[in-house]
Design a protein. Sequence first.
Length: 157
Amino acid sequence: MSDKAVVFDIDGVLADSFWRGHYIWKKKPDWEGFFEACPNDPPQALAAMPAILEDAGYTLFYVTCRPEWNREKTEAWLIEHLGDVRGPRPIMRPDDIGKTNWGDGDSWKVNVIRDLAEKHDVHFIFEDCPTIIIRLRALKLPVVPILSGYYPWRVPK
């Protein structure tokens, strides 16, 4: 295992995407609209954390279920709101995963984080999705639950 690392989700963790909920809180969710609107997200208070942890010597990873087609907007948002935080490009959900079954995106994300934890000494995983949190905890990974507001939420055991 190599360097100490931290994993951040973006929507609901670094970006305050609660206001975009109206796109997905309906019978037929508009996921394209939800992701298209992401440049307008204000940062969450936690958006200060990557710089702090980077200064403390952590390698940063951003793992998001935002689709790959949204990369340019996602990277622009990270630069605008996180500043000169170095770290690899965000790891984004391939466009063909999760189109018909959103749970496939959750499985993809858990697998990516598990693979990162096998290669790096992951100390923290900041995540807001309860189903992903439960699955990461089942893998005994150090997940920090974040309350984003758009999940019916309680802290998973």
